[in-house]
Design a protein around this ligand. Structure first.
Ligand SMILES: *[C@@H]1O[C@H](CO)[C@@H](O)[C@H](O)[C@H]1NC(C)=O
Ligand SMILES: *[C@@H]1O[C@H](CO)[C@@H](O)[C@H](O)[C@H]1NC(C)=O
Ligand SMILES: CC(=O)N[C@H]1CO[C@H](CO)[C@@H](O)[C@@H]1O
Length: 321
């Protein structure tokens, strides 16, 4: 893709969306060390660097256009798929537009070698990438005004897989909720799922997956970077970890039976902390009602559901206890 095309699409994505109405009420919160520090380019995606485990790492960050240095904001980390960078995930998902994140700080980290830990082709260890997540959050807290009880993670493909790796680790205790999409769960498969030890239970998790995903198959098996679990099996592990009453599971079908939304209720006394959206005819892409790059790459059109909206609404329900 030509850079000029990329830049104009980025500008349209980031700057061209009308400001959404209905603001979400913000609970009173202390805020991080970055509260009070001024930023010159609110509403514009900028590039930051840090050193983690002795390696130079970097990320893109987008603040709301009306960023207030005294308002503690929720932070959403968005992890790109393989052979990609954070900026591509930002454009593909549209997550920096006001319609999805008018009141949130969006952070798009870059993986080493265009990937995240966990696959057999990853260039860094799971320990190193988890340390990076922890160092990244410290960097963001130091420079921006962050509501520490509302930190979230989403991601696509291996980025979705890495979101699950975070949820399964101590570092995951810093987050309020997780939403992987089309995820390749290499670190949480039939052989390794016992190694998933979440920092607390229940831990809110929402997954979106295409039934026609040819890269990270719904039924699991050998993936590009290792063995992947079947999605229903993997969801069953989360239902156990979250203490969900499987009898209180609700499935809603829509769009002529193409879309299936499952909600596990009564998970350790909480409602809706585990959710899944399956789109039968969707391939390996980010679900969107407006066609985006990952859909073009997967050779398909728009989908019935908008993952960016579903995921942000899910995040808004949860605050870290
Ligand atoms: C910024 O604008 C959004 C969207 O209209 C609104 O929800 C939010 O309260 C505003 N924030 C500030 C600090 O004015
Ligand atoms: C990674 O794992 C997949 C699936 O098991 C396998 O097909 C592939 O050859 C492996 N690649 C490497 C580099 O080990
Ligand atoms: C390139 C492109 O059209 N991307 C779109 C993908 O979908 C999101 C969410 O609807 C849009 O904001 C992007 O513009």
């Amino acid at each position: 893709m030509k850079l000029s095309t990329f830049a104009s699409i980025l500008a349209a994505t980031v700057l061209g969306t009308p400001v959404a109405a209905a603001p979400t009420p913000t609970a009173a919160s202390a805020g991080s060390a970055g509260c009070g520090k001024a930023h010159l380019l609110p509403g514009v995606t900028t590039y930051n660097s840090l050193t983690s485990s002795g390696r130079g790492r970097n990320y893109f960050i987008h603040t709301p256009g009306n960023y207030s240095e005294t308002t503690p904001y929720p932070v959403v980390l968005g992890f790109h798929g393989s052979s990609s960078i954070g900026l591509f995930f930002e454009v593909d998902t549209g997550l920096s537009s006001d319609s999805f994140s008018a009141d949130k700080i969006m952070v798009y980290p870059n993986g080493v070698g265009g990937a995240w830990a966990g696959a057999n082709y990853s260039e860094v260890s799971v320990e190193e990438d988890l340390q990076f997540v922890s160092d990244l959050l410290d960097d963001v807290r130091d420079s921006y005004c962050v509501d520490d009880s509302r930190i979230y993670a989403t991601g696509m493909s291996i980025g979705g897989g890495f979101v699950n790796t975070i949820a399964c680790s101590d570092v995951g205790g810093q987050f309020a909720a997780f939403a992987p999409a089309s995820g390749s769960y290499y670190t949480d498969n039939d052989a390794t799922h016992g190694a998933c030890t979440p920092a607390r239970s229940p831990l809110p998790v929402l997954e979106v997956h295409g039934g026609a995903d040819g890269s990270v198959r719904y039924d699991g098996g050998d993936g590009e970077g290792g063995e992947e679990p079947s999605i229903p099996t993997w969801l069953g592990w989360w239902a156990q970890r979250n203490g969900c009453d499987d009898g209180a599971k609700l499935v809603e079908d829509s769009f002529g039976g193409d879309v299936h939304h499952t909600t596990w209720n009564n998970c350790g006394g909480e409602e809706g902390v585990l959710q899944h959206w399956k789109v039968d005819d969707m391939g390996h892409c980010w679900a969107s009602t407006e066609i985006n790059f990952s859909q073009v790459a997967a050779g398909q059109g728009p989908t019935h559901i908008q993952a960016s909206q579903i995921i942000m609404e899910f995040f808004d329900k949860f605050t870290k206890p």
